[in-house]
Design a protein around this ligand. Structure first.
Ligand code: BGC
Length: 352
């Protein structure tokens, strides 16, 4: 079968031949891949960035945002049947730490977790994959055409859920389920994670202001406005004037991966605010910031800064439920997050 692989740290991406995987234990499931999404991480990997091949191999099959159809199931499998749409999550547990033991490899503390398509495990840009039932989620037919968005959405959902847990635990009178109602959230970076985060935040009642560097009338700001968000162009407003323009900001959802901007944005955060980071900047480049001003503000205003990566199976399930809810509330707006569908033979165009 065909697969798309890179040699980590090189810029080489090739269509290669691989043996078709087969079921070798009763709890395994074989899926025929139908779609795989591409995100910033894939582009970074294809550009020689952060990635590791499986032990003993030079090549890594890429792709971690998957959707497929169940092709075959092991004898003990009960969660899906042949013909169902389904997806496997990205991370695999380390087998050592408490978080992984509690099905929360997204919080793995040993750092020995693996990730399909990213870290030491082949990914989903191939024809068939086999994995264990514990990593599968059944996809409802009604959202099969957008379910490839589940993984990136799960990353946004986890970041939001983490923020809600923290804020509802520490702020008198706030509750997890209602915290976002009427709260002002600045979403910075309207790529897939930011845009999907905006959908999730709007669904939960937040006032969402999106920020990016693209023209106000272009696709992404227009989509944000379609779901009731507002847009500000980062090019037209100084970072330390954002709060003067839009007022007290209760939450910042960052999805840019631009380190200098990530620091400067602290200035915009309001009293008791929470700032969640999801972008993954490159390393090794120093930045200059107003360190004293920002740290003083964080202390005097009871602010929280939190990083969030990956997502649990539960976050992926919330993402699936959310996709159904977005369709109900905003019709086909969510479909527009998928910009183009290409055959695998155009992988280099897609990555570019
Ligand atoms: C993926 C996550 C993954 C992270 C770090 C992101 O692009 O969506 O699942 O944990 O990269 O490798």
């Amino acid at each position: 079968m065909k697969a798309i692989a890179t040699i980590p740290t090189s810029k080489i991406v090739n269509i290669i031949d691989r043996d078709e995987p087969f079921i070798s234990s009763p709890d395994e499931i074989k899926i025929k891949i139908t779609q795989v999404g591409i995100c910033g991480t894939d582009r970074e990997i294809a550009n020689g960035g952060r990635a590791d091949a499986p032990e003993g191999s030079q090549e890594l099959v890429i792709g971690h945002e998957m959707l497929g159809i169940v092709h075959e199931v092991g004898s003990s499998v009960s969660k899906v049947k042949v013909g169902d749409y389904a997806l496997f999550i990205v991370r695999r547990p380390c087998g050592e730490c408490k978080a992984c033991f509690h099905e929360r490899s997204d919080m793995c503390s040993s750092k020995k977790y693996t990730e399909r398509g990213i870290k030491m495990r082949d990914g989903y840009m191939t024809e068939y994959v086999v994995d264990k039932e514990e990593f599968i989620l059944k996809v409802p037919n009604e959202i099969a055409d957008i379910a490839v968005l589940t993984e990136p959405l799960s990353v946004s959902i986890k970041a939001i859920v983490e923020s809600l847990i923290v804020q509802s635990a520490r702020l008198p009178g706030e509750k997890y389920d209602t915290y976002l109602e009427g709260k002002k959230v600045l979403v910075v970076g309207l790529g897939p994670i930011g845009l999907l985060g905006a959908f999730a935040l709007r669904l939960r009642g937040a006032e969402v202001i999106g920020m990016d560097i693209v023209d106000e009338n272009s696709t992404r700001p227009s989509l944000l406005k379609e779901i009731g968000g507002k847009y500000i162009n980062d090019k037209l407003v100084q970072t330390d004037k954002i709060d003067d323009q839009i007022g007290q900001i209760d939450m910042i959802f960052e999805a840019t991966g631009v380190a200098k901007l990530e620091f400067d944005l602290i200035d915009a955060l309001g009293v008791n605010g929470i700032y969640v980071l999801t972008g993954i900047p490159g390393v090794g480049r120093p930045v200059e910031i107003m360190g004293g001003d920002l740290m003083q503000q964080m202390v005097l205003m009871n602010q929280v800064l939190i990083g969030s990566v990956n997502a649990s199976k539960e976050h992926n399930q919330i993402a699936l439920n959310d996709l159904i809810a977005y369709r109900k509330k905003w019709g086909k707006s969510i479909d527009k997050v998928i910009t183009e569908i290409m055959p695998y033979t155009r992988i280099l165009d897609a990555l570019a």
